[in-house]
Design a protein around this ligand. Structure first.
Ligand SMILES: [Zn+2]
Length: 121
């Protein structure tokens, strides 16, 4: 069975679990039910970590549509909507090689969380 990312409806934790292709819910360590992140498959492990770290910094109680959409479905498409809605311009391909400009504070925080997650693996 393939590995999938799941996100808990109760505590928001994201974890991997083996699941049938048509499987739905898993149970989180907190006992809550977790739904599968359909658009963040195992081919996108780096994105999975990235998206989870963005979800961690997004305002949970915000009523902005782009924030609600991202938290409801943390996909790459909704990540792009979120970043646009927050006024953060994503880097274009190859742009990171240019001289760095001052990054927005949220991007820096997301990057630090991302690094912290990676170093734990
Ligand atoms: Zn949970």
């Amino acid at each position: 069975m393939p590995l999938y990312d799941f996100t808990c409806r109760v505590c928001g934790r994201t974890f991997e679990a083996m699941a049938a292709m048509d499987g739905g819910e898993e149970i989180c360590v907190c006992g809550g039910s977790a739904r599968r992140l359909v658009s963040v498959g195992r081919g996108y492990r780096a994105d999975g970590d990235w998206l989870a770290s963005v979800a961690a910094v997004a305002e949970k109680d915000s009523d902005k549509p782009h924030v609600r959409a991202f938290l409801a479905e943390p996909s790459r498409a909704n990540y792009r909507r979120w970043i646009r809605g927050e006024g953060i311009r994503p880097l274009e391909d190859g742009e990171s090689r240019r001289r760095a400009t001052t990054p927005p504070a949220v991007s820096h925080e997301v990057l630090e969380r991302f690094k912290a997650r990676r170093s734990r693996v």
